[in-house]
Design a binder for this molecule. Structure first.
Ligand SMILES: *Cc1c(COP(=O)(O)O)cnc(C)c1O
Length: 401
């Protein structure tokens, strides 16, 4: 490998200030700690530590932020997807069109909900479901379309919605990464039957552990998802769903949200806008420093849509040559990166029986081979962005001109 000679020995002569972890929220949490402590103390005081008052409070607060009629707080974005698919009426054997480039939960949730994922290729610029490929994947058994909004922008919701209307399909959005993104003013996740949010720690609104939510404007879907998260008990605990108490109507899960996570999220929600602005500034700094860098084939490219949209930089992913060597070089220089996602969904062993072939979705495979996510979080400093970009330029042998 041509760059091997330039690899530094790990641990040599690197001032600790030059370390750039892929992710940390230590400074954010330190700044918010008094508020978090007070919120957690209130949870402890009340004595209900799961699916309690703080969860209800967080659901209401988040509902105002995203303008959703219903927020159903759960334990993860993954369970939110399973509950949403079931609540939206997915039945055994129903097909759901899912992009071949996504987090595995986009498709495994379909299997867990009793359906069958059918993969389609992505748009090579936005990495989201290509509407033409999705149209070609529709069969007589297709019931739903699942656009996934990856990294920094929405999928083409206009085209996906029209496709759904043409075939009477339900749109279920994997909006796990998309908090803050809107299409013509309507928040991600609210363009079809519903969507999900993930509060996994690295996400734009990250908890201190796992948490997620179903968001929807549909009363029935909200009521069913709320029951399914709590063993299928309709009307249990949450006063806004009056119902039949302890009777189990549907076999549900235990997907309830912890009140400690809700307490943390309530505190963090207050700085969501500032965090999004900080992420945008850092993304801009990366773009400025990496533009024209040899070896970097594509910087994040926010596309114009037919509607007004806004980017939110959850992930700053670049397409590069010799991706794995660059990752190793940066790691040796104490810079963390992440590969979202190294294996396209149709090549995951758990989906081997779905009948897809290697090479079937070339844009998804190219994205898996070429993209790498650089550190991006509100705690990151511009000096750290400089450091990452200098190393990338050094790796490709191009000094800044
Ligand atoms: C994070 C994520 C999920 C799953 O969320 P968890 O809270 O980690 O379970 C699903 N889909 C996408 C696209 C994600 O990025």
């Amino acid at each position: 490998m041509e760059h091997a000679a330039t690899l530094a020995e790990p641990g040599t002569a690197t001032p600790s200030g030059a370390r750039v972890p892929f992710f940390t929220q230590a400074a954010t949490f330190a700044a918010l700690w008094p508020e978090i402590e007070a919120n957690v103390a209130a949870v402890v005081e009340r004595g209900k530590y799961s699916h309690g008052h703080a969860v209800g409070e967080f659901e209401a607060a988040l509902g105002r932020v995203v303008d959703a009629a219903h927020v159903v707080g759960v334990n993860s974005g993954t369970d939110a997807l399973v509950l949403l698919l079931r609540a939206a009426g997915l039945e055994a054997g129903d097909e759901v069109v899912v992009p071949a480039f996504s987090f595995v939960a986009s498709a495994s949730s379909v299997v867990l909900a009793g359906g069958r994922p059918v993969f389609a290729d992505i748009d090579p610029v936005t990495y989201a479901l290509d509407p033409a490929a999705a149209a070609a994947a529709v069969t007589a058994r297709t019931r739903m379309l699942m656009p996934v909004h990856l990294f920094c922008q929405l999928a083409d919701l206009g085209a996906v919605t029209r496709l759904a209307e043409r075939h009477a399909l339900t749109v279920v959005e994997d909006s796990a990464e998309a908090i803050g993104m809107r299409w013509d003013g309507t928040h991600a996740g609210l363009h079809g039957a519903g969507g999900v949010l993930s509060f996994f720690p690295t996400k734009t609104l990250g908890a201190l552990g796992d948490a997620g939510a179903v968001i929807t404007n549909d009363d029935r879907i909200a009521e069913t998802a709320a029951a399914l998260r709590h063993h299928g008990r309709f009307g249990h605990t949450l006063d806004h769903f009056p119902g039949i108490g302890n009777e189990t109507v549907l076999p549900g899960l235990n997907s309830k949200m912890d009140d400690v996570q809700a307490a943390v999220l309530l505190a963090k929600l207050g700085r969501l806008d500032a965090d999004i602005a900080r992420r945008a500034a850092l993304a801009g700094a990366y773009t400025e420093r990496l533009r024209g860098c040899p070896g970097v084939r594509r910087l994040p490219t926010v596309v114009e849509r037919e509607a007004e949209t806004n980017p939110v930089f959850y992930v700053y992913a670049v397409e590069v040559e010799h991706r794995d060597s660059l990752v190793a070089y940066l790691a040796a220089h104490h810079v963390g990166t992440e590969t979202y996602y190294p294996v396209p969904l149709h090549r995951q062993p758990c989906f081997a029986d779905l009948g897809h072939r290697p090479g079937e979705f070339p844009h998804a495979e190219a994205a898996c081979a070429r993209t790498v996510a650089l550190p991006l979080y509100p705690d990151l400093t511009e000096a750290q962005v400089d450091r990452v970009c200098e190393l990338i330029r050094a790796f490709y042998g191009g000094s800044r001109s």
